[in-house]
Design a protein around this ligand. Sequence first.
Ligand code: NDP
Length: 334
Amino acid sequence: MTRPTGWGLIGASNVAREWIIDAIRAQPGGEVRAVLSSDEARGAAFAQAHGIASHTTSLQALLSRPDIDAVYISTNNSLHREQTIAAARAGKHVMCEKPLALSVEDATDMVQACNHARVVLATNHHLRNAATHIAMHGMIEDGRIGGLIAARVFHANFLAAALQGWRVNDQGGGVILDSTIHDIDTLRFLFDADPTSVFCMTQSGRLARDGIADGIMAVLRFPGDVLVQIHGGYTVPYAPGGIEIMGERGMIIGRDCMSQRPIGSVAVRTSDGEHEIQLKHHNLYHRAFELFTAAIHGGGRPAATGEDGVASLAIALALRESARTGREIGIKLP
Ligand code: NDP
């Protein structure tokens, strides 16, 4: 029998509107029961537009509802910590947006609060759920291209006008914490490893203000002397996204695979020539919420856990530190 899962949305956000309400409702028994907005009128309009029965401006009111089992947090990044800890204390499971917080200490507090309350904490690093990345992970694991040597990640695009708010004018934004953090998490997923050190240079001023990065180039060193290069940005209109992974016996080429949409292709190039891998695409967010729902009902784990969120944040902050100091930064994970 399907177990109902009652959800509260914390944040009347664009990502909730565009992807998450649908992903929750795609789960058997998944119901969005309330939305929290700091603004009464915005919350009311959001609830009405999306057929959500209830809205509130009070976090405590939302968290005290017994018909809410889990919350999805997609407020401004500076609010994630306080809202996650409050939800954990109220016994609610938490799917939190990335970056989990703005400091490793805050993110670690969130993981500890959820562990203490025995609720599931997941980080919405959606790219781990893409059919493309799952296929690439499998091929690396199977040794299809031999020992890894290097990789290149291409994840630069032009930020839509509607998104040119906190991402380009708030120190809690910038391309590293907003977008490159997904690349970092994807690499951690693909390689089943964390980088040991990073180096990064940033650009600013084409779209972002006050030194906030709107473009980056970074180099990450992974165990086994594997070097990875990332190009990320908000200011490049026509660049395709992708990942190339180079091994001793071949190369994996992921094209158009850094998208929120279920698109892209994967090819492998070896002494046999280049062959496209057959993929069955699925909605990335549906899979994230499917795994999360199973985890809260006692089966398995989310695609990206709270601990994954902490590690990917720590590495993203090391990129920022490298850009600030001009130094290579060693990675120390909590
Ligand atoms: P939004 O800017 O749409 O929403 C963030 C907050 O801004 C909302 O909680 C809302 O506050 C407030 N807000 C929304 N609309 C308005 C408005 N018209 N005027 C004033 N305030 C407004 O953010 P995003 O949806 O782009 O991002 C939210 C979170 O999700 C971030 O942490 C981001 O990093 C993450 N994200 C993750 C993605 C993924 O694929 N994993 C994709 C996109 C974003 P209130 O709730 O109080 O109404």
